[in-house]
Design a protein around this ligand. Structure first.
Ligand code: G3H
Ligand code: 13P
Ligand code: ZN
Length: 326
């Protein structure tokens, strides 16, 4: 039987205050996904060392991978490690792309402080109804909820979309009012995974639809907006993967400059998963190639964790602007 936790017992906070501060300070709170201990340690260390607020993100399948009973204890341990480092950064534990009330409830009961209900693939009214049901249960426990309008191309936790459809600004006010969501994920040209654009040789990465973002901000002044699919697919890591036996030639992401521009808007949360995966994979491939006799996991997972710490600090300092805020 899974033990229930109230998120404060785990040392966590919801996203309310961190979003209010991010909105005022014109930066974005990083939301980094993790599946295992090394990723979790790297994320919290990188954020503690750079003084950044943090949203720890777990998808439904990541939760299954880590084990739902084990997960709250992992997070409790990570928070304890951060405090032991002398850091007081606020940390939220967020369900990424929740797809049912039951899953959302299960996560809230297990100590999550924030929930995404992703009903973006549903008809408008059904999306609202499902989000509102989660909001009711969540708000009774002071847990914050992220909704989504508009569809991102790519894979969203076992739901895969070939094409994206942009968020329609005329729908956002009604969605927020009727669902009661605390923040809104939008679709303005980002997508999940490491292959975000099919580019011809020499073709530049297209610009995100900042015009749609501006229109949404006008409709919802001061309301927190979320960007999913925001990995830059760091060319250095892709090159390293390819150099050491990988095959990721056409991988491409969102240029850092465009993300920096987004942080100056109502975008308060930026989701990054693929970049972390690439950083670790690049280092592990390099070590396996250079030291084929190596078989101690600490000798390849340790350096992979170090690379992820460096990546997190760089993102916080140079892209999201979240460093040095706590
Ligand atoms: O948006 C999806 C996230 O990158 C999580 O991916 O379902 O493979 O854990 P996952
Ligand atoms: P990336 O695949 O661009 O890292 O997006 C992650 C994400 O949006 C998680 O919800
Ligand atoms: Zn996402």
């Amino acid at each position: 039987m899974q033990k229930t936790f109230e998120y404060r017992e785990l040392g966590l906070v919801n996203t309310k205050e961190m979003f209010a501060k991010a909105m005022e300070g014109k930066y974005a709170v990083p939301a980094y996904n993790f599946n295992n201990m090394e990723q979790l340690q790297a994320i919290v260390t990188g954020c503690a060392e750079s003084g950044s607020p943090l949203i720890l993100q777990v998808s439904g399948s990541a939760r299954k991978y880590a084990n739902p009973v084990f997960l709250p204890y992992m997070v409790q341990g990570a928070v304890a490690m951060v405090r032991d480092m002398g850091s007081q950064i606020p940390i939220a534990l967020h369900l990424d792309h929740g797809n049912s009330f039951e899953l959302a409830k299960d996560c809230i009961d297990a100590g999550f402080s924030s929930i995404m209900l992703d009903g973006s693939h549903l008809p408008f009214d059904e999306n609202i109804a499902m989000t509102a049901e989660v909001v009711k249960y969540a708000h009774e426990r002071d847990v914050t909820v992220e909704g989504e309008l508009g569809v991102l191309a790519g894979i969203e936790d076992e739901v895969s979309h070939e094409v994206s459809s942009y968020t329609q600004p005329k729908e956002v006010v009604e969605f927020v009012e009727r669902s009661g969501a605390d923040s809104l994920a939008i679709s303005i040209g980002t997508s999940h995974g490491a292959y975000k654009f099919k580019l011809k040789p020499g073709e530049p990465v297209p610009e995100l639809r900042f015009d749609i973002l501006e229109e949404i901000e006008k409709q919802l002044p001061g309301y927190p907006i979320v960007l999913h699919g925001a990995s830059s697919v760091t060319p250095e890591h892709v090159a390293m993967i390819n150099q050491y036996g990988g095959a990721m030639d056409s991988a491409v992401g969102i240029p850092a400059e465009q993300l920096r521009r987004a942080t100056g808007s109502a975008v308060c949360k930026i989701n990054i998963d693929s970049d972390g995966r690439l950083a670790m994979t690049a280092i592990i491939r390099k070590i396996f190639t250079e030291k084929p006799g190596e078989f101690d996991p600490r000798k390849y997972l340790g350096p992979a964790r170090d690379e992820l710490i460096a990546m997190i600090k760089d993102k916080n300092e140079n892209v999201l602007g979240s460093a040095g805020r706590y």
